[in-house]
Ligand binder design. Structure first.
Ligand code: ADP
Ligand code: NA
Length: 332
């Protein structure tokens, strides 16, 4: 009985990668055509769970906004805003800190990966991050969250928090949000190591394609991408146990809006010496217009700030009554 609503966010903690684009932003753009209300966010409160240089955070937030817009997020059809400008996220986040259990947080694989063996020195915010993420989603009663595969566990936790809140207070107030993890590129892998996801925090720049990379950089990274010596197989099953080959085919499929099956059918038996240049042409063709539009938008930061201010006001119109009702339920 909840009206369908889409929410998702990306951290302004560095430049956008091809993984963020194919796994998240490109899907966000598609969802604008679904007829469902869409809200997209720069989650700066999440970014500062690890140290961010203040000037870099400001620049990265605007650059991420430029990335959303350049990729096709339309402020007339989506609410685009900055998390810290909608204080209801942090307010509901506190309530969820009191609902979520320490043990739930300790089991998150992203926490284990990011804090590693040095958990004593990680910020409290990094540990509690998924409770704030639950608030990001539930302060809009969002029913659907498009994300990459790495976020699946956090969406499950969001449901656990919603269920415990509903149970503890005897209400049916927060929806059971569904992750939307679809398409050929739900987990884009590093170009240097087929067992790691492509990430903006990987120390090797050759491991990822950045949305601001020029044609030469894209060509060089794809040419040097790690592969095996075999040609592409005749069927998708032949990609099993070939993570690097599978990754390049997935990227090709997602960039060209085709299924993996269709890409394999068209390139069966091709050597990487042929397939990689085809992928370079496709990637440059699809990404160059986005990076040049990002650069154009970054020339006018005041206009970006104006758009985000408008988006925050629209977001608050939805969030304020939901937070108010939450306070009522809690007895505040
Ligand atoms: P990052 O992991 O690059 O720091 P975020 O944690 O802000 O980025 O994630 C933003 C969105 O991008 C999430 O929906 C996440 O699932 C998606 N995403 C991040 N990396 C990848 C990847 N390598 N492949 C597919 N989706 C990804
Ligand atoms: Na992530």
């Amino acid at each position: 009985s909840f009206t369908p609503r889409v929410f998702s966010g990306i951290q302004p903690s560095g430049g956008l990668t091809l993984g963020n684009y194919l796994g998240a932003i490109k899907r966000f753009v598609d969802m604008q055509d679904s007829g469902i209300q869409t809200l997209y966010c720069m989650v700066d409160l999440h970014a500062i769970t690890v140290w961010q240089d203040p000037a870099a955070l400001t620049r990265n937030t605007r650059e991420l906004a430029a990335g959303y817009l350049a990729a096709g997020i339309d402020p007339a059809r989506s609410i685009l805003f900055n998390q810290s400008q909608v204080p209801e996220h942090a307010q509901l986040g506190w309530i969820f800190n009191c609902v979520a259990r320490m043990g739930w947080m300790g089991r998150m694989t992203q926490w284990k990966d990011k804090a590693g063996k040095n958990a004593e020195n990680a910020s409290l915010g990094l540990f509690g991050y998924p409770a704030l993420m639950a608030a990001d989603i539930l302060v809009y009663h969002a029913t659907h969250v498009p994300v990459g595969e790495d976020q699946k566990q956090h969406i499950e936790l969001t449901r656990d928090i919603a269920a415990k809140f509903n149970h503890d207070y005897g209400v049916d107030f927060f929806p059971m949000t569904e992750p939307v993890i679809e398409g050929a590129a739900t987990r884009v892998m590093s170009l240097r190591d087929g067992s790691r996801k492509m990430s903006k925090s990987d120390p090797s720049d050759m491991s990822r394609i950045n949305m601001t990379d020029d044609a030469d950089a894209i060509a060089k990274k794809i040419r040097k991408a790690k592969t095996d010596p075999e040609p592409l197989p005749e069927t998708v099953e032949g990609l099993k146990d070939r993570p690097e080959a599978r990754n390049l085919v997935n990227i090709y499929a997602a960039l060209s809006d085709q299924s993996v099956e269709a890409v394999i059918a068209a390139h069966a038996g091709a050597q990487f010496g042929t397939f990689k240049p085809a992928l370079v042409d496709l990637a440059v063709d699809k990404l160059a217009p986005i990076s040049s539009e990002m650069a154009r938008l970054m020339d006018d930061p005041a206009e970006i700030d104006r758009l985000l201010g408008k988006g925050a006001a629209q977001a608050r119109e939805i969030a304020t009554p939901i937070l108010q009702k939450t306070y009522d339920i809690v007895g505040m």
